[in-house]
Design a protein around this ligand. Structure first.
Ligand SMILES: Cc1cc2nc3c(=O)[nH]c(=O)nc-3n(C[C@H](O)[C@H](O)[C@H](O)COP(=O)(O)OP(=O)(O)OC[C@H]3O[C@@H](n4cnc5c(N)ncnc54)[C@H](O)[C@@H]3O)c2cc1C
Length: 534
């Protein structure tokens, strides 16, 4: 193919995977020896939530546990809208995928008899979290897979390019438009492909307080939505209740296991505020604890995780990762309470996919956190996300392998003007602050309406592709949260605090529908106090 556009197309039947986290790497390995180009915004091993996972992967692999029990637990936390058949099939495939990971060299912890060691996490009725060296699961899994990918000649890895637009023709994908990361002056480049797998992770970094890396700002979700893909459940965002507030962005995580060990949540007055909120106090479900912490902060009473009594001098040895994060922030958790806040952590919503990982656009698959399979409903069970990433990555590889992928007839045209203004740091900061303030742990109709209108204006006007894509994803989340007039799972509205049984179903939406919500609000004349500028 010839063109004056920089063309990265290698061969006509290349499968293009966007994302170098667990879903992307695993899918590429499963497709070998078929030619694959794997594109990652950040160098492999960086900029992926997968590498930061502390807990592990949920898998019913121990004696006495079963896939049925795992599925039951998944359904129980999902706010009544988990797709039960999907949850069961996910749990059933867990053993086979753990086996694959072992084959790729992941050194899962074992017990004295050599069996996989399994840990327990909140809301799991059995010990079923496979892990590596305590809290190092993500790092160890990703390191092993990167090594395996680097050894596989059929996989071409391109690092440092950000996908900014999906190119389509007659409802089918024809390629991707990309640009060098952190270089607004760079001209866009193009890669033609009839088979594209999105594995771009979540949206946490659209929030001012998050545990997610900077690359997790919803760009993959946005480019699918802008191409017309159906998006499912975008309003459901899980907030981790105990991000450590030591001035870092993203905020380091204080794992739930600390509360399991007896650490308490206190305010400035030393009061254990969760005791008045839930019979399980600090061990209440994640969304309830997040709202409890949020309420203390909103009331100006402060919120802290106090491990002085429960762990004291044992802290460093038991929780080395958290200990190091605290020390780097200038505090000693053995002798001082840790300042905390709820942080955007995981997106249950995403590109709607079927059981094979196919989106509504021909030739576009999505796997991992960017997708929405129905397995998590309105709230995710701990350690089910890495499981979902590997299960769907394998299914996508199977599905893609069974397809005849015809070469695009010619290089697809660029979708947007090639010039890209520098991203306005102020606009990006404003978007993130508005997501946290108006579309965060506690929401209401007025704040959501303001967010919808602001994000829609930014989506229309941004002269920087990254900012525009951030606004697209933010708009999808805010518009669906505005439309869901109830509270369910991680979605809590003060103006509709109860669950509405009539709304016990998943959301299926599009960017067009979200823009229509904004237009309706514009027509109603609801004021935007501070319009965002791009
Ligand atoms: C601190 C932390 C702890 C966690 N602990 C656990 C746990 O113990 N168990 C569990 O199951 N889950 C856990 N999760 C959630 C889990 O890690 C993620 O849901 C999962 O890793 C997502 O995998 P992924 O492959 O979909 O995305 P990621 O691992 O986030 O990878 C996304 C990739 O896409 C790339 N990318 C993004 N946008 C673009 C673009 N536009 N163009 C090109 N490349 C792009 C990124 O650079 C990255 O390579 C945790 C999350 C965090 C943040």
């Amino acid at each position: 193919m010839t063109s004056n556009i920089h063309d990265l197309t290698r061969q006509s039947d290349d499968v293009v995977i966007v994302g170098g986290g667990l879903a992307g790497l695993f899918c590429a390995l499963k497709l070998a020896p078929r030619p694959v180009t794997l594109i990652s915004a950040a160098p492999l091993g960086e900029g992926a939530s997968s590498a930061w996972a502390q807990g592990g992967i949920a898998a019913a692999v121990s004696e006495g546990d079963s896939a049925e029990a795992h599925a039951t637990d998944t359904v129980a936390v999902g706010g009544g809208i988990v797709d039960e058949a999907i949850a069961l099939s996910l749990a059933r495939e867990a053993g086979a995928r753990i086996h694959d990971l072992l084959h790729y060299g992941v050194p899962f912890d074992r017990d004295l008899e050599g069996r996989l060691a399994v840990g327990r996490e909140a809301a799991h009725s059995a010990r079923r979290i496979v892990h590596v060296r305590g809290d190092m699961a993500g790092k160890a899994i990703i390191s092993a897979l990167i090594e395996a990918v680097r050894r596989t000649p059929s996989i071409r890895v391109i690092e440092g390019l950000v996908a900014e637009s999906l190119l389509t023709e007659d409802g089918a994908v024809t390629g991707l438009q990309l640009r060098k990361a952190h270089d607004t002056a760079a001209r866009p480049v193009i890669i033609a492909s009839r088979a594209i797998v999105l594995a771009t992770g979540g949206i946490g970094h659209l929030y001012a307080v998050t545990t997610n890396p900077q690359e997790a700002r919803g760009l993959g979700l946005a480019l699918a939505a802008r191409a017309g893909a159906v998006i499912a459940d975008p309003e459901f965002v899980q907030f981790h209740p105990t991000a450590i507030m030591v001035g870092r962005d993203p905020a380091p995580l204080a794992t739930e296991a600390l509360r399991g060990e007896g650490a308490t949540l206190i305010n400035n007055n030393g009061e254990r505020f969760m005791q008045a909120i839930h019979p399980l106090a600090e061990l209440a479900p994640r969304d309830i604890v997040a709202r409890g912490v949020f309420a203390e902060l909103a009331a100006g009473r402060g919120a802290f995780l106090d491990a002085r009594q429960a762990l004291g001098p044992r802290f460093a040895e038991r929780f080395p990762t958290v200990h190091a994060s605290c020390l780097a922030g200038g505090l000693d958790p053995a002798t001082q309470p840790i300042p905390i806040a709820p942080a955007a952590h995981y997106h249950m919503g995403g590109v709607a996919v079927d059981a094979r990982g196919r989106s509504s656009i021909e030739g576009l698959w999505a796997g991992g956190e960017v997708s929405s399979t129905g397995a998590h409903g309105a709230n995710r069970l701990a350690s089910n996300s890495l499981l979902e990433a590997v299960v769907y990555a394998a299914r996508i590889a199977d599905d893609v392998a069974g397809q005849q992928i015809a070469a695009p007839a010619s290089l697809p045209p660029l979708l947007v003007v090639p010039h890209n203004n520098a991203m306005s740091a102020q606009a990006a900061r404003g978007l993130r602050q508005m997501m946290s303030a108006n579309v965060g742990v506690v929401r209401d109709g007025e704040g959501l309406a303001e967010a919808v209108r602001s994000f829609a204006a930014l989506e229309r006007g941004a002269a920087n592709m990254t900012l525009r894509n951030m606004a697209t994803s933010a708009l999808l989340v805010a518009a669906s949260a505005w439309s869901r007039r109830e509270s369910r799972g991680a979605h809590f509205r003060t103006d509709h605090p109860a669950e509405n049984p009539a709304l016990a179903h998943r959301t299926k939406t599009t960017l067009k529908a979200a823009i229509e919500v904004a237009e309706t609000l514009d027509a109603a004349g609801i004021r935007i106090p501070q319009p965002m500028t791009a």
